[in-house]
Design a protein around this ligand. Sequence first.
Ligand code: NAP
Length: 272
Amino acid sequence: MRQRVFGTTGRSVAIVGQGTWPVPDRDALRRGIDLGLTHIDTAEMYGEGRSEEIVGEAIAPYPRESLFIVSKVLPSNATPRGIVRACEASLRRLGTDYLDCYLLHWRGDPSLADAMRGLEGLVRAGKIRSLGVSNLDPWDLREARGALEREPIACNQVLYNLGERTIEDHEEPWAREHGAALVAYTPLGRPRGARGEAVLAEIALAHGATVEAIALAFLLRFENAFVIPKANRIAHVEANARAADIVLHADEIAAIDRAYPVRERTGALPTN
Ligand code: NAP
């Protein structure tokens, strides 16, 4: 499984991870881990804690250090005391005593500064190894960074797929400039136009891969990018694992770029 350094953490992490929303399948997660998909994304929100419990069951037989576990705090819990309680509850459900990265799920009430200081306190307390954010645009990211005393923002997890590429002009450059990982959620989303499908199918044939694997490989062409597809079907897990080994040629990237062009962003950062 191809790995790369996850933002500012210094950790080598599988470029294809496993999503867990709304509720994952324990055996599919284990198949993924066995194939090297050791990067697992979850959140207290998913299934109101049920996803974290299933992840906890799935990871129990594996050495903890071999895994990269990410969870997220709801903005409503990101108060100075609430964030400690929320993190401890996530750790209990996951059956672990630390998270590799803990993210603010999106910007909400209370303040972004409180959330960032809360995350920083959890790093100091040894409950999380790094902190990150999700669904923040460069303006929010600047504010979040300004509220942190010394910890860097390890990643920004954003909606990124062939149908939604506006982050390439906004959040991706920010991440690259600040050494942060760019984590693509809902990476398999795409408009189902015949022309685009034909382009993907031809490239997939050349690589002996599925069109979904080609879509993931396209997102992974950025050196700081990770994808976290969610798959409950074992065949999907296996196809996603194979995506990590696909490196697209420049002419293939150009063909996909033409078929699924970047649109100009007209409003706020799109979310799912
Ligand atoms: P996704 O991963 O793009 O798509 C999931 C769907 O694709 C499922 O129906 C799955 O089917 C199918 N699938 C998976 N692998 C496939 C393959 N190789 N070929 C064909 N179909 C395949 O969308 P998502 O679940 O919305 O996003 C992924 C993860 O991102 C979530 O699970 C969650 O962890 C995270 N997320 C984060 C946010 C945020 O705000 N930070 C928001 C949304 C999602 P089966 O399950 O039947 O295999």
